[in-house]
Design a protein around this ligand. Structure first.
Ligand code: PFF
Length: 472
């Protein structure tokens, strides 16, 4: 029999753990680059509107569903729907999605660890060559680092919700904030830094088109860790006396502030290195930026602070990204762990080992799909393009399925669980929420335009990724 359900010890503990999940590689690199290329301050505005008017209600819905049922996503949908077969589907999707995202995110995290180690060993000059990346991802060291990363994450998970997840977040998140601020302050004092800030912040509304709007929405949804079963699971660890609306707001604000601040690090660094650069040339892919472009920029810092200083800067940056990735991974791997505990009555350790074993195999399949094993490298042909196993996992679970999961949560909460029950759960721990504008807005939007927007994004991504066609 599984032990009694654990809960986060404090409201702050929950907020930091959920922010740890939300703040990830997406915040630190993808967001600043997307903002700079898509209208600077104008993108920031659109993004902020999406976070607070579209994503925040979805976060509340996920947390409320989890807390009401006290269960993992599969159990939550089953219990609240009274065992409906149809509604078990989103529960399973909210289990498979995080499981598979974790697999490919693990591989990227392993690369980050590898780059951190090389920066610490004084090999920044090699990292800056660009060619290093191709060699590194196909080297045996990847498998060693994979074991190290998995031991770290599963070690935290083994300690439980309060002593593992919450304590790690309480230690790592403040560390992340301090490191980020230190790097920003340093970089803002460099030559040409303000040029980068200008590109990042000055609004250019002419760049805002349907494609940019859809990109901002997808980025906001992903950044808040929605549609991944994470917030349902974390909701089940929330105490009844804690307010869901105000805790969600705190998580969304923290996540957005970190993403915004990361822009004040990345853009000035790029413009210090090359004041003539045209931001349109920056890579859309986070991996391209982190492993190919940014090491060159860090290396160039040696002209002002010497090779040692540049290596230290790079090491702090990679450490920062590593911390962000690890706290996200902890949250996402907790989802299948919670499912095995709740649905199969497995004890925590056994659940963790079982998940880790399967994920190790799948992560290896992803890691060898960059040339080491041809079958995984040329795994499928989609819309006329070769896709590796890694690409396919990313495309299906990361790019496409999240809005579908979000859409199903909205419909479920409003039309199956019913508005009044959802409202009642939001009022637990927040009696002042009843009758507020916020309550009416959340209730109305989740049943109307939010699922519609998520449906449009889902259909468009499906058409674009799998058939090479965009409606937008
Ligand atoms: N919010 C996370 C990010 O921006 O990177 C999303 C995420 C990805 C959470 C992967 C958890 C995870 F394992």
């Amino acid at each position: 029999m599984a032990a009694a359900r654990e809960h986060f010890g404090s409201r702050l503990g929950f907020i930091l753990a959920a922010a740890g999940s939300a703040v990830g590689i997406g915040n630190l690199v993808a967001f600043p680059v997307a903002a700079t290329k898509s209208g600077g301050g104008a993108f920031l505005l659109v993004y902020a509107l999406f976070v607070f008017f579209i994503c925040l209600p979805v976060m509340m819905a996920e947390l409320a569903l989890g807390r009401k049922s006290d269960k993992d996503p599969v159990g939550a949908y089953r219990q609240v729907s009274g065992g409906s077969r149809f509604w078990s589907l989103p529960g399973w999707l909210a289990l498979v999605t995080p499981f598979m995202i974790a697999v490919f995110y693990l591989v990227v995290t392993v690369w980050i660890l590898g780059y951190l180690v090389e920066a610490l060993r004084g090999n920044l000059d090699q990292l800056a060559t660009g060619a290093y990346f191709g060699q590194f991802i196909n080297s045996p060291m990847v498998f060693v680092y994979l074991i190290v990363v998995m031991l770290g994450i599963n070690g935290i998970l083994t300690l439980g919700v309060k002593d593992g997840i919450e304590r790690a977040a309480k230690t790592l998140m403040p560390m992340l904030f301090v490191m980020l601020l230190a790097l920003v302050i340093f970089v803002l004092t460099r030559e040409n830094a303000m040029l980068g800030v200008k590109y990042y912040l000055i609004p250019d509304f002419s760049k805002i088109n349907p494609e940019v709007i859809s990109k901002a929405m997808a980025q906001a949804f992903f950044s808040l860790s929605l549609g991944m079963g994470i917030m349902i699971t974390y909701g089940s660890y929330m105490k009844k006396q804690d307010s869901i609306p105000s805790s969600s707001r705190a998580v969304a604000i923290t996540d957005t502030l970190v993403a915004f601040t990361a822009g004040l690090l990345i853009l000035p660094s790029i413009f210090h290195f090359n004041p003539q650069i045209n931001p349109a040339e920056l890579s859309d892919s986070s991996a391209g930026m982190i492993f190919l472009f940014l090491p060159k920029i860090f290396y160039a810092l040696q002209s002002s602070i010497g090779y040692f200083g540049a290596s230290a800067f790079a090491a702090v940056f990679f450490f920062l990204v590593l911390v962000a990735a690890l706290t996200s991974l902890v949250s996402i791997i907790e989802v299948p762990v919670a499912t095995l505990r709740d649905e199969r009555n497995m004890d925590r350790k056994k659940a963790i080992y079982t998940i880790a074993a399967v994920q190790l195999v799948l992560a290896i399949c992803c890691a060898v799909s960059f040339g080491l094993v041809q079958w995984f490298t040329e795994f499928a042909t989609i819309a006329g393009e070769n896709k590796s196993f890694f690409d396919l996992v990313e495309m299906i679970f990361y790019d496409t399925i999240l809005p579908l999961n979000g859409l199903l949560v909205c419909l479920f909460v409003i039309y199956k669980w019913k508005r009044a029950n959802f409202d009642r759960e939001l009022q637990e721990g927040d009696s002042g929420f009843a009758g507020t504008f916020s309550q009416k807005y959340v209730n109305f939007s989740l049943g109307t335009f939010i699922p519609l927007i998520l449906l449009l994004i889902f259909i468009n991504t499906l058409a674009l990724k799998f058939f090479g066609h965009s409606f937008i």
